[in-house]
Design a protein around this ligand. Structure first.
Ligand SMILES: [Zn+2]
Length: 470
């Protein structure tokens, strides 16, 4: 019996779960996330629904948002007028099987039949063939990945889902979860019908309330929802696409590791809606350091440790036309992030008690403009392992990657960045002394002027050769 179960387990994992996992991690033959700069994609599954789909279409029209509907064939058959309306109002229509059943429970031939039948129904209403397919619960099996089928239909999953099929989640929690994922490139999964197994019939009511708030916030941020086909087109022309498959796989694994790290060490994000800087308060464990203003940093002192958002850096990196472009982009971003970080510190008693800001980076000259002291790391295991890690990051993030790395490897020495918390707040906190703030800004400007043009180039070069985790 046990052996039989085990075998069943192996076979079922092979058939459904493992391909599912592979597609989720590597996006293999499956689209799950775009790489647009101001666009995200709203997608709605399981409809059309006679009660909620019309309300949803009204809402999308009000905000001039375009969406993708993965319709269940039998529902489309019952409400052709709603499918027609989706089509006429410029939305994309994809297939979500004829009945809402997992592909894992069906033979490949049955899945094919389900898809073909739904395609026929959509075609009879709109006159257009559908090219996009989303399997129920996102469960893809080996046969879905088979070249023949995926060559015809593009499988579309999602990058964010929210549990909106449950009514008890409530509009407030749903709004909060959605806002956290409201970023360019995200593919948001929602449901405009609650009659499928495991869902609540009136759950879409909560979804509609939350969606209106999210659309309002998206408008404020200049973000626009577009159809999945437009997002795929944009991705095919994007710089990320030019990276090799193996490099992309490494990047994905590394970003997974990053996400785990952030959870494990409870990193706080300065601007959760557009993450760039993260921090945590921790005990300093390095060598004793005395700064020129008399601040002494010793083992056991609390520091605010800074981390860049490496996913954002990666995107900056591959999109930058040149090293200087990347450096300028980073400097501009930091100018915006530091005042927000100061605000976070002011509101966080633990951070307020810390002695200094602390980070490890390969940036050697750039951060001085911002008031950081740069201190050599004592040679040791930590220094060596950070050097390896930062080098790896650089090879991944950098626009010209490995080749640049070889050229500059002499300069790639990780250093410590430090700034006393009090000084940081004086420079960047809105509520800090105006005079000090003004003066430090003036000083900063002077410094930049003096350094130009020679030093700016250096800074740019070093900055781009370093991006890693400050
Ligand atoms: Zn579904």
């Amino acid at each position: 019996m046990q052996t039989l179960l085990l075998w069943l387990f192996y076979i079922s994992s092979f058939y459904a779960f493992i391909p599912g996992l592979i597609t989720r991690i590597f996006g293999f033959r499956v689209f799950r996330r775009g790489s647009t700069e101001h666009e995200y994609a709203l997608t709605f599954d399981d409809g059309p629904d006679p009660q909620y789909t019309p309300q949803l279409l009204d809402l999308l029209k009000k905000y001039d948002a375009k969406a993708t509907f993965f319709v269940v064939g039998s529902h489309a058959e019952q409400h052709p007028e709603l499918v027609k309306r989706m089509y006429d109002e410029g939305h994309l229509i994809g297939i979500h099987n004829y009945v809402h059943k997992s592909n894992w429970l069906m033979r490949p031939a049955t899945v094919t039949k389900q898809i073909m039948k739904t395609d026929k129904i959509i075609h009879s209403i709109t006159g257009e063939r559908s090219l996009y397919y989303r399997p129920p619960w996102g469960i893809v099996n080996l046969f879905d990945l088979n070249k023949k089928r995926s060559g015809k239909f593009k499988i579309v999953l999602w990058s964010a889902m929210f549990g909106d099929w449950r009514e008890r989640i409530g509009a407030d929690r749903l709004t909060e979860r959605m806002l956290q994922k409201l970023h360019p490139g995200e593919v948001l999964l929602l449901h405009d019908c609650g009659t499928t197994a495991g869902a609540n019939p009136d759950a879409p009511r909560q979804m509609l309330i939350a969606l209106e708030r999210v659309l309002e916030e998206a408008k404020r941020q200049g973000l626009k929802s577009i159809r999945v086909d437009d997002m795929i087109k944009a991705k095919e022309n994007s710089p990320e696409k030019k990276l090799s498959f193996s490099k992309l796989a490494i990047v994905r694994l590394w970003l997974l590791w990053e996400a785990a790290f952030h959870k494990m060490f409870r990193l706080k994000t300065v601007n959760p809606y557009d993450p760039m800087l993260h921090y945590r308060v921790r005990k300093y464990s390095g060598q004793k350091i005395e700064l020129e203003d008399g601040t002494v940093l010793d083992k056991g002192d609390q520091v605010v440790e800074l981390h860049f958002d490496n996913e954002k850096l990666f995107r900056f990196g591959v999109r930058s036309r040149s090293a200087v472009h990347l450096a300028i982009h980073l400097i501009r971003t930091m100018e915006k992030e530091f005042p927000a970080l100061a605000q976070c510190i002011l509101e966080d008693p633990k951070a307020m008690d810390a002695k200094t800001l602390y980070g490890v980076t390969m940036v050697n000259r750039g951060p001085e403009q911002f008031g950081f002291r740069i201190v050599d790391l004592k040679d040791g295991l930590f220094s060596r392992s950070s050097r390896l890690y930062l080098k790896f990051l650089l090879s991944v993030i950098h626009p010209s990657g490995q080749s640049r790395l070889k050229e500059q490897s002499q300069q790639l020495v990780p250093k410590m960045l430090l700034m006393p918390i009090g000084e940081f707040l004086e420079r960047y906190a809105e509520s800090g002394s105006h005079r000090h703030h003004h003066e430090s800004r003036r000083r900063r400007n002077e410094q930049t002027e003096q350094n130009e043009p020679n030093d700016l180039n250096l800074t740019a070069q070093e900055l781009e050769s370093s991006t890693p985790a400050i």
